[in-house]
Design a protein around this ligand. Structure first.
Ligand code: SF4
Length: 79
């Protein structure tokens, strides 16, 4: 099930980066990212657990990961 409060968007560039897939899987404290054979997958059932720590945004290149606050008219955390 997708998130009600949070969505996380991952660029195609980031999805295909195996090193980043592993890093994202390890750093997210609530397991929103999974490394699926070197590709980043978003674990939709965990989306609403996001604590807005921004670690995923900082780990990815600019524009690579956006955290969208669906409860706030889609305001996004990004860089
Ligand atoms: S902001 Fe933090 S909790 Fe939310 S998806 Fe990124 S790393 Fe996970």
């Amino acid at each position: 099930m997708a998130g009600i409060f949070i969505d996380v968007e991952v660029s195609e560039e980031v999805r295909g980066d195996g090193d980043l897939a592993q890093k994202l899987e390890e750093l997210c404290p609530v397991d929103i990212f999974a490394n699926a054979d070197g590709r980043t997958e978003v674990v939709e059932s965990n989306l609403d657990e996001c604590i807005l720590c921004e670690m995923c945004i900082k780990a990815a290149p600019p524009g690579g990961v956006r955290v969208v606050k669906l409860y706030d008219d889609g305001a996004a955390l990004e860089r």
